[in-house]
Design a protein around this ligand. Structure first.
Ligand code: BGC
Length: 757
């Protein structure tokens, strides 16, 4: 990169500072004297929102394909398909003269109430990381950049610009960082966008530990960090913290502040140079892809339809689906005539065309009589007359299709949902229609779970069609008529009730902070641990065919953590139509030093099978599949012992369990210190070696004094009591008997332990 270094040598401080601040809402600063072009960025993440005039903030954008939003993308569990979608997005960026698309968003769905959940993938960090990585490689394979966002722990909209996410180190490492980590390490995004919020009291935009120590140094991120739009508070502090580019621009005062700071010595110029270097690298990389031309709108529309069909999740089906010909169908609900296919906020795309579900149904239902009634008004108003008309139409039909979309404004960037309910009118409508017509199918359009327990029992089938993108109308018709066999699986749990959700008493926080009190127990990790029933579990979804699993194998019964394992199973399509199955592998640690979730997803694969066909699915599990982050060691660790490898069709439906034995290759430092309990000492092999003789002596004394450990005077298991006390405390009780002070004694033992190391 001598070109970049040469440039840095001749750039003035003013030019460097200007380069690190946007020139407009969507472009970086160009420097004519140096022949340095600008870089154009656009939202993201499920379509290109290219504002025609880069000086406009939220003006209408140029037409682009609106693909299904992230909830639907993740529900495909299809990494190749998402890679293809990334390529299509890149083609649109090229045509629309965009260098970097602002996505993907990989924040965890901590609560189903999160306003932007439709823009995010999953409650599971492994799944979110895999989907994000293939999205990024797809886009970047065409010479267009991505911006992995929002780094980090940006899981709610309430006070999103200021709130401090208060989170412990282990939860951060195991739940909220891994999707970013996987995407950065596997797919090398050109840019990462820092989040608005604070992380444990420090703005992410100034968070040196997050942006430099973890992202750049530990994970080896080589691109530049861009601020979320308006996330910078103190420009000099943010540069020191590792934030390279501030957006949006122009921001004259910020540029001046940086120049002044370098001149006064408050900011070392090499820090500015490092950000300049990172930005220049990407500017030149982007310039290698020439922009302009057009994209294939029809092909991308067809791709959007395919992704939508693959991501829709068939939640319930008593056999009514796929629909048959020659039926009289009542099509109820305004979402049949007015597709609800995306959410509110910066991700809002101006679609190239929109498929209307009713029209698309009509195309596939040539021999069918279709009657449309509105069912519910726009928004949240209540109108009994519409319900009465719907009941009438349903009564005289063979089948009722209820198209139920959450009102558009409910799911948006900027605010969270207040509840998980459909509107009162929609609930009343479903209840009334299903009461008169048992052959009723509910088709849902929403970006995140809704509760169903009030009405689901009356339905014959339920299809979760998500925010399905501009071609979703056709995709619904494909699935309802069985042109495509549904194969989506939930990437998030559907709870029975809002009060059951993991964050219920820790969301949305207040007084400037939100405590992640549920810790590592996000999503199914929580429902599993608490044995709380759900409406539909993580990983769940139905098909029009059936699959059986046979012949599960692991590559070794005993293995070293660094070697990992391969798990395989034969999957057969035992039904009458072709279909796709998602094989899911979860890992359960039988015994661990720190508490772990009952199971965690560690591998998955989607396979297509013709009727009668069998395929062997082999999945690799690496070191990280078995490790957990230990805050005291400050690293991912493995422990010797038994692990269950669970092969399932959802997190709640495990078909096979294989038990294996892991041998850890880690040589971990001894954690014993003056506060360690007697139990800690005896559980640590090094501690046990040193303390063993004294321990035996103490046990014998106890036996003599209290006979078998039952302290008569205080009614307790004296030995059990002592085991929980720090060794130092135990020795204090016996101080008169010792020649040395308890502190000196313990320090002596500790010295012996470390000599033995
Ligand atoms: C959003 C980002 C988005 C940016 C630019 C911000 O408000 O949080 O996701 O990329 O605006 O529109």
């Amino acid at each position: 990169m001598t070109k970049v270094n040469d440039l840095i040598n001749i750039m003035t401080i003013e030019e460097k500072a200007a380069l690190c601040t946007g020139a407009s809402p969507w472009t970086t600063t160009s420097i004519e004297r140096l022949g340095l072009p600008e870089l154009t960025v656009s939202d993201g993440p499920h379509g290109v929102r290219r504002v025609a005039d880069v000086n406009d903030f939220i003006a209408a954008s140029l037409p682009a394909t609106c693909f299904p939003t992230a909830s639907c993308m993740a529900s495909t569990w299809d990494v190749d398909l998402i890679h293809t979608m990334g390529q299509a997005l890149a083609e649109e960026c090229i045509a629309l003269k965009v260098d970097v698309v602002l996505g993907p968003g990989v924040n965890m769905k901590r609560t189903p109430l999160g306003g932007r959940n439709f823009e995010y993938y999953s409650e599971d960090p492994y799944l979110a990381g895999q989907i994000a990585a293939c999205f990024i490689t797809g886009v970047q394979s065409k010479g267009v950049g991505t911006s992995l966002k929002h780094f980090a722990v940006n899981n709610q909209e309430f006070q999103r610009l200021t709130i401090s996410a208060e989170i412990d180190e282990r939860t951060l490492r195991e739940v909220y960082l891994p999707a970013f980590e996987t995407a950065v390490k596997k797919a090398k995004p050109w840019t990462v966008m820092c989040a608005y919020n604070k992380l444990n009291g420090t703005y992410c935009s100034e968070n040196h530990r997050l942006l430099v120590d973890i992202l750049k140094d530990e994970w080896g991120f080589e691109g530049f960090v861009v601020s979320d739009w308006g996330a910078v508070h103190d420009r000099v502090a943010s540069l020191k913290g590792g934030l390279d580019l501030e957006m949006p621009g122009p921001r004259e005062r910020r540029v001046k502040a940086v120049v002044d700071a370098v001149r006064s010595g408050a900011l070392v110029e090499s820090v500015l140079d490092e950000s300049v270097r990172r930005i220049l690298n990407i500017v030149f990389k982007a310039a290698e892809t020439s922009k302009g031309g057009s994209f294939d709108t029809a092909a991308h529309h067809a791709l959007a339809r395919r992704i939508a069909t693959e991501g829709m999740v068939l939640l319930k089906n008593n056999g009514i689906l796929p629909l048959k010909e020659h039926q009289h169908i009542a099509v109820i609900g305004r979402a049949a005539e007015e597709a609800h296919f995306q959410g509110g906020g910066s991700s809002h795309v101006n679609p190239t065309q929109v498929d209307n579900p009713f029209t698309e149904l009509r195309k596939l239902a040539a021999n069918t009589e279709l009657t449309y009634v509105e069912g519910y008004p726009a928004g949240t108003a209540f109108d009994q007359v519409l319900i009465n008309r719907a009941v009438e139409a349903a009564h005289t039909a063979d089948v009722a299709l209820l198209f139920i979309a959450l009102p558009g404004f409910i799911e948006s960037e900027g605010y969270d949902r207040a509840d998980l309910d459909l509107t009162p009118q929609q609930v009343a409508l479903i209840k009334a229609v299903t009461a008169t017509q048992p052959s009723s199918v509910v088709i849902l359009n929403n970006g995140a779970p809704v509760v169903m327990n009030e009405w689901i029992d009356g339905t014959a089938a339920v299809l979760e069609a998500w925010m399905m993108g501009q071609a979703g109308g056709g995709a619904i018709a494909d699935v309802l008529y069985g042109k495509v066999n549904p194969s989506g699986r939930l990437a998030e749990t559907f709870p029975l009730r809002l009060v059951d959700t993991p964050t219920h008493i820790n969301f949305p926080g207040g007084n400037g902070e939100v405590r992640y009190g549920e810790g590592i127990f996000i999503g199914y990790r929580y429902y599993d641990a608490k044995e709380i029933p759900t409406q539909f579990p993580f990983g769940y979804g139905m098909s029009y065919t059936t699959f059986t699993y046979k012949n599960p194998k692991v590559s070794a019964a005993t293995f070293r953590d660094v070697d990992g394992l391969t798990v395989s199973v034969d999957v057969t399509n035992t039904g009458k139509v072709a279909g796709k199955e998602v094989v899911q592998v979860y890992v359960h640690d039988q015994e661990s030093g720190l508490v772990r979730p009952p199971k965690e997803l560690k591998a998955f694969a989607k396979v297509e099978l013709q009727p009668g066909e069998t395929k062997t699915v082999a999945l690799a599990l690496d070191f990280r599949a078995f490790a957990y982050y230990h805050p005291a060691y400050k690293q991912w660790i493995t422990e010797d012992g038994e692990f269950d490898i669970l092969i399932g069709v959802s997190s709640a439906d495990i078909r096979y369990t294989q038990t294996v034995t892991l041998k850890s290759t880690l040589e971990l430092p001894c954690l014993l210190n003056r506060e360690s309990t007697l139990r800690d000492w005896m559980e640590d092999p090094r501690g046990k070696r040193v303390l063993g003789p004294l321990f035996q002596q103490m046990t014998a004394q106890m036996q003599a004094a209290f006979g078998g450990g039952e302290g008569e005077g205080v009614g307790m298991d004296t030995m059990g009591f002592l085991m929980q006390m720090p060794l130092l405390g135990v020795l204090h009780f016996q101080e008169r008997a010792q020649l040395m002070s308890p502190e000196d004694l313990v320090d002596g033992f500790l010295a012996q332990v470390s000599q033995g190391n």
